[in-house]
Design a protein around this ligand. Structure first.
Ligand code: BES
Ligand code: MN
Ligand code: ZN
Length: 486
């Protein structure tokens, strides 16, 4: 995809050359902003009852007189910032999807309000609009129609807009990678496959990648991770991918992603309805690779390390059983009371492994609990941390990236349910507050560094007719990583 900007004023839109012009009108029409014929056209449509300046309403004009474009689509947006802009752009691009337009110019009636965040919103909305899953679907269209987007901006803003488009394009590439990985079925996207995908990023993105196999994982002593993997004949992998943009002496940002390539629940087996969606249980891992992809394109001066424990969670004669006690890499023992609470078991060993990097900060990302979906639905990811400053940084990153999260509590009282008579802790607590107990479990392995946990169970994929990975929270994580540049 090709994103460019063009300096022009809104009283020169008749001269724009593209296959389509998407004109976003935020709030009421301001006198004298648009060229008279264009303003008259919109006013006339309003007086005829064909258009309203209400958010979401659109007006399509084919071959508008005295304009160079063959297609004009006017979209009314709510007043406000880049969020309302992105919603309107998404509406417009959705409507133009069925047109033949390859090159789409996007203009705001008042271009002076555009910021770098608007430019990023355009790039990510465009990537969303044209996304196609193809890997296991030969009947899908070979390529999207629209491939080129030009944002019309005001004089003096072009540097900001260009930088925003570039950052947005990088995030879009990361989101697309994460969506593709998540959408891949469990028989294709195995732990081995994830390791190979990471290895490919050595060449394509200049990352350094290490993939550990069972022998190395056993040698390290990751007893909790191994226990989850032991029920499956699919070999497990532990993936470490590094982006080095600063001297080695600089403490890295570490991202840890849950990489369960299929979660049956194990012996505590899940009901069969919608179990296919448990192929998305590697959404955290996908978001770590997607973020590394975006970061490697933007090339900030800092170090980022992605850590991914990857395996299937299967029932079998070798599978771990409820009541089994395992020893984690940290030395703490865990009574596995429910084999379906497997995410925290693979993450706890990865979080202990992260200590060796002396990280500046560690963020783990996991489709961890159904309880988080009940608490927050599908709009905001759950954010858990005891560090107020870190919480603010992640909340701000989510708002800027339009990939929002919401802070949940971590009072010590929530940890009481994890008591076990036979080990240092159980892997589950009571049903109530299930996403918080899961985070409390993880917290026991993160004492040596600044840490936050993102539960993306409600945001990593969509169900129903639009079933598919969302690529979240790549945008949030990329903004967060960039905010850590000193
Ligand atoms: N991968 C699931 C969480 C999940 C469930 C995400 C549904 C999205 C939709 C996780 O491994 C799991 O099974 N969690 C259990 C934990 C419980 C046994 C304490 C859950 O949420 O039911
Ligand atoms: Mn599970
Ligand atoms: Zn799971």
């Amino acid at each position: 995809m090709d994103f460019r900007h063009l300096v022009s004023s809104s009283d020169a839109l008749s001269k724009v050359t593209a296959d389509a012009l998407l004109l976003i009108v935020q709030g009421p029409l301001v006198d004298g902003l648009l060229e008279a014929p264009l303003a008259a056209l919109i006013e006339d449509a309003i007086s005829c009852g064909d258009f309203e300046l209400k958010p979401g309403r659109t007006l399509y004009v084919h071959r508008p007189a005295a304009m160079k474009v063959a297609r004009l689509l006017v979209v009314s947006a709510a007043a406000g910032g880049h969020k309302a802009f992105k919603t309107a752009v998404a509406t417009g691009l959705g409507q133009l999807k069925s047109s033949g337009a390859r090159h789409i110019a996007v203009a705001m009636a008042d271009p002076a309000v555009l910021t770098s965040l608007h430019a990023q919103a355009l790039a990510t909305a465009a990537a969303d609009a044209v996304y196609l899953y193809r890997r296991t679907k030969p009947s899908a269209p070979a390529a999207p129609t629209a491939t080129r987007f030009t944002l019309i901006c005001a004089k003096g803003h072009s540097r900001d807009i260009a930088a925003g488009l570039q950052r947005g394009a990088a995030i879009a590439a990361g989101v697309t990678l994460a969506r593709d990985l998540a959408n891949c079925p469990g028989n294709v996207c195995t732990p081995t496959f994830l390791g190979e995908q990471a290895k490919r990023m050595v060449k394509s993105h200049g990352l350094k990648v290490e993939v550990l196999d069972r022998k190395a994982i056993e040698k390290l002593g990751m007893g909790a991770f191994l226990a989850v993997a032991q029920g499956s004949s699919e070999p497990l992998r532990f993936i470490v991918a590094r982006y080095e943009g600063a001297p080695k002496s600089q403490a890295p940002v570490v991202l840890v992603g849950k990489g369960i390539t299929f979660d049956t629940g194990g012996i505590s087996i899940k009901p069969s309805a919608e179990m296919d969606e448990m192929k998305f249980d590697m959404g955290g891992a996908a978001s770590v690779l997607g973020t590394l992809c975006a970061v490697a394109e933007i090339k900030p001066k800092l170090n980022v390390i992605g850590i991914i424990p990857a395996c299937d969670n299967m029932p079998s004669g070798n599978a771990v059983k409820p009541g089994d006690v395992v020893t984690s890499l940290s030395g703490q023992t865990i009574e596995i009371l429910n084999t379906d609470a497997e995410g925290r078991l693979i993450l706890c060993d990865a979080l202990t492994y992260a200590e060796r990097f002396k990280p500046a900060v560690v963020v783990d990302i996991a489709t961890l609990t159904g309880a988080c979906v009940i608490a927050l639905g599908h709009h905001r990811s759950g954010l858990f941390t005891s560090d107020d400053a870190l919480a603010t940084e992640l909340l701000n990153a989510g708002d800027a990236a339009l990939d929002p999260c919401w802070r949940m509590p971590l009072d010590d009282e929530y940890g009481e349910g994890l008591k076990s008579n036979f080990a240092d802790m159980g892997n589950v607590g009571p049903r109530a507050g299930g996403s918080i107990t899961a985070a409390m479990f993880l917290r026991r392995f993160t004492g040596k560094y600044r840490w936050a946990h993102l539960d993306i169970a409600g945001t990593a994929w969509k169900s129903g007719a639009a079933k598919g990975g969302t690529g979240r929270p790549v945008a949030l994580l990329t903004h967060f990583v960039l905010s850590q540049v000193k």
